[in-house]
Design a protein around this ligand. Structure first.
Ligand SMILES: [Zn+2]
Length: 179
């Protein structure tokens, strides 16, 4: 297994609309990528990670809402995930994202969603995700559609954030010196 680099906004890969994993792609290489994504999520640490965040433009999500000793108990890999049903009832959350460090965003999500997905071994699954888990799944589904939290905040907050990122990159380039 390997810890992958997590891309951060405004990286163009984060804006890509992903495609489903093809039938022929299920196999060892996909399983390896999914384990690497899990390891990357745990190392960050984060509660979810989507393909585009590690430069893969396919519909792959890993998630684990657990904290500390609960890590690993509710671990999921969702390949080609689809929302089958969602509650009209919503939930408010304050979300953060590994790909948009130092940004918080208040969101409104469906409180419960029923998902269908494939596992890395190709098997098909269905299940409900509720509350915090539902928030994570919907956040990761945004990634698969090329949307990050930065697209959900006000234009003012967005431009202030991007200005800060650019300034930091410039400082780092200056420190690295010429060449
Ligand atoms: Zn995210």
């Amino acid at each position: 297994m390997a810890v992958l680099e997590i891309l951060t906004a405004p990286h163009p890969n984060l804006e890509v609309k992903t495609r489903p994993v093809d039938e022929a792609e299920f196999g060892p290489a996909l399983q390896k990528l999914c384990s690497d994504m899990a390891e990357t999520m745990y190392a960050a640490p984060g509660v979810g990670l989507a393909g585009p965040q590690v430069g893969d433009t396919r519909q792959i999500i890993v998630l684990d809402p657990g904290e500390k000793e609960e890590r690993g108990r509710r671990f999921f890999t969702l390949i080609n995930p689809a929302i089958l049903e969602k509650s009209r009832e919503t939930i408010q959350w304050n979300e953060t994202c590994l790909s948009v460090p130092d940004l918080e965003c208040d969101t409104t999500r469906a409180r419960r969603i029923r998902m269908g997905w494939r596992n890395p071994d190709g098997s098909r699954h269905e299940g409900w995700f509720e509350e915090y888990e539902a928030v994570i799944v919907q956040h990761e589904l945004d990634h698969l559609a090329g949307t990050v939290l930065l697209d959900r905040v006000s234009l003012f907050k967005r431009s202030r954030y991007l200005k800060k990122v650019r300034a930091r990159a410039q400082r780092e380039r200056a420190l690295a010196g010429p060449g």
